[in-house]
Design a protein around this ligand. Structure first.
Ligand code: ADP
Length: 504
């Protein structure tokens, strides 16, 4: 099959979050199975010269955006069996940031979506499936159906849209989007492009994509409820026969404690002495008290409300009352930067926080800490808990989305489990779960070892999920029937019924 990915970030070229990991790992895995996989990305100035100097120029043309005509160059790089295309326009992508600051995101990513479609005939590439990722690519399925599908070149193309995070939707003024993409007034009704009085690139994809996927089975169910649906749950429920949850994997080569060059010492589940060396090195490099016996709780990720950091804020004094250390690596909201900066000063030698994007340090934290805390409010999939498991670091998570699908809380009666978890979004439930983990760490070394061993021997590769994507692509182009959606939509509790039941 011929597959085109459109995405706004991808490792190893440019990354702000899990989307980049997913695109960068999945594309080569699909290519290794014999498919012609190509990926279209913006050519940001943040992409290191290590890559740009290897690119070759393929073609250039002009993209019409309302009254503007913008240069669009396509550069190319072959790597890992995949053709990576980079869309060049210095005005849109030659900026010192990837997302957000310019106030013209609708235009930048409108350009990206239109440019990606316009490029295809010039690249002489006619994909069977265009697989668009997140709102930045959301107008690809919409534009294809609305403006391109009548052309023979595009007529047979099918689209899949993957939601990596429903919270980010690309919401803009209708006038602005019309000005750039030229979509007539008749399209701005709530069954098509209009969304609560605005344009919404993600909603456009949900309406027009042939198949919608998201990155874990639980999140696929959750987003059909009002609590998790970010105001789009009704639409997602309406399309539920086409909504599939496919769990993300991680790059098992990049994240491998047995070979990782970024960590102080390598190790395997049979011999964890290297992990102890990583812990010591981490404590030294971050200025923590060097003590092999005190458990270190790690957190790596965006400092946003999504990640449940308000729970940590609420009980940080109670957490630190235990004999633990805390290591945080992340960038994001000033509220949490302030919180962890304060904690670093307050708990000298016991808390370390770094507010940069540092991949090497991330690896060192996954390897060097004992527990990994992820109390997310919602979590489409979450990669960090998978990486933690792979490094013998025991996850403590809230049971939501992909965390619920990948971490099973330790059950002292059956011995099952690979971590610790809690259900309610409640700071004291989280605190209690941390305390439970600390008790096992200090008082039940045998259980702890078992959890580490189990985590490290799990299969977090793309083997299974890439097959699932291929099955869906095949279904899309009609080679096989589309699979039935396995998980029934989660029923919203009906308050009347609940009240009736209580009465009886
Ligand atoms: P999300 O996509 O919501 O940000 P995920 O858990 O799916 O969260 O993926 C986050 C990825 O980004 C993980 O690989 C994590 O290690 C990495 N990451 C996040 N913040 C940083 C940072 N400041 N430095 C290095 N890596 C980071």
């Amino acid at each position: 099959m011929k597959i085109l990915f459109t995405a706004s970030e991808c490792v190893p070229f440019v990354k702000t979050g899990g989307l980049a990991d997913v695109v960068g790992a999945l594309a080569p895995v699909l290519a290794a199975q014999g498919h012609d996989v190509r990926v279209m990305l913006p050519l940001y100035s943040a992409i290191p010269t290590q890559w740009t100097e290897k690119m070759t120029h393929v073609c250039d043309f002009e993209v019409q955006l309302g009254w503007r005509r913008q240069y669009c160059g396509i550069e190319k790089l072959e790597k890992d069996g995949v053709t990576w295309y980079f869309m060049d326009n210095k005005y849109y992508f030659g900026r010192p940031y990837i997302y957000g600051l310019g106030g013209d995101e609708y235009e930048r990513f409108g350009f990206f979506c239109r440019g990606a479609l316009n490029a295809l005939p010039l690249l002489n590439f006619q994909p069977d499936v265009i697989h668009a990722h997140d709102w930045q690519s959301g107008m690809v399925p919409a534009l294809l159906k609305i403006q391109y599908a009548h052309l023979p070149f595009f007529a047979k193309m099918k689209t899949m849209f993957t939601i990596h995070n429903l919270q980010y939707q690309g919401i803009f003024g209708i006038r602005e989007v019309q000005d750039v993409l030229g979509l007539g007034d008749s399209l701005w009704t709530d069954d098509k492009l209009e969304c609560f009085g605005c344009a919404n690139y993600l909603k456009a994809a949900l309406v027009y994509a042939d198949v919608i996927t998201t990155v874990s089975p639980s999140y696929a169910e959750e987003i059909q409820t009002a609590y998790y649906g970010e105001r789009l749950d009704g639409l997602i429920r309406a399309r539920k026969a086409s909504v599939f949850g496919v769990l993300n994997g991680i790059d098992m080569v990049d994240y491998n404690p047995a070979t990782d060059q970024r960590i102080a010492a390598t190790y395997t589940s049979d011999d964890l002495s290297g992990k102890a060396a990583c812990k010591k090195a981490l404590q030294e490099s971050l200025g923590l008290n060097v003590d092999p016996n005190v458990p270190i709780i790690g957190m790596v990720g965006r400092l946003s409300n999504q990640k449940g950091l308000d729970l940590v804020d609420y009980v940080i004094a109670d957490i630190m009352r235990k004999d633990v250390q805390l290591v945080v690596l992340g960038m994001g909201d000033s509220r949490y930067v302030n919180l962890f900066s304060w904690a670093e000063g307050e708990y000298k030698g016991r808390v370390a926080a770094r507010f940069t994007m540092d991949h090497a340090l991330a690896h060192q934290i996954y390897a060097g800490v004992d527990m990994f805390l992820m109390p997310s409010q919602f979590e489409p999939c979450g990669l960090s808990q998978l990486i933690a498991l792979r490094y013998g670091t025991v996850p403590i998570v809230r049971e939501t989305g992909g965390l619920r699908d990948t971490v099973l809380s330790y059950n002292e009666y059956t011995g099952d489990g690979n971590g610790f978890s809690f259900f309610n979004y409640n700071a004291h439930d989280m605190l209690h779960t941390i305390e439970r983990a600390v008790d096992y760490y200090t008082g039940h070394k045998d259980v702890w070892k078992k959890l580490q061993h189990r985590g490290m021997s799990g299969d977090y590769s793309w083997n299974h999920s890439s097959k699932r994507y291929i099955e869906l692509y095949r279904g899309l182009i009609g080679e096989v029937p589309l699979p039935k959606v396995d998980a029934p939509a989660m029923e919203e509790p009906n308050p009347v019924v609940v009240a009736e039941e209580k009465k009886h």
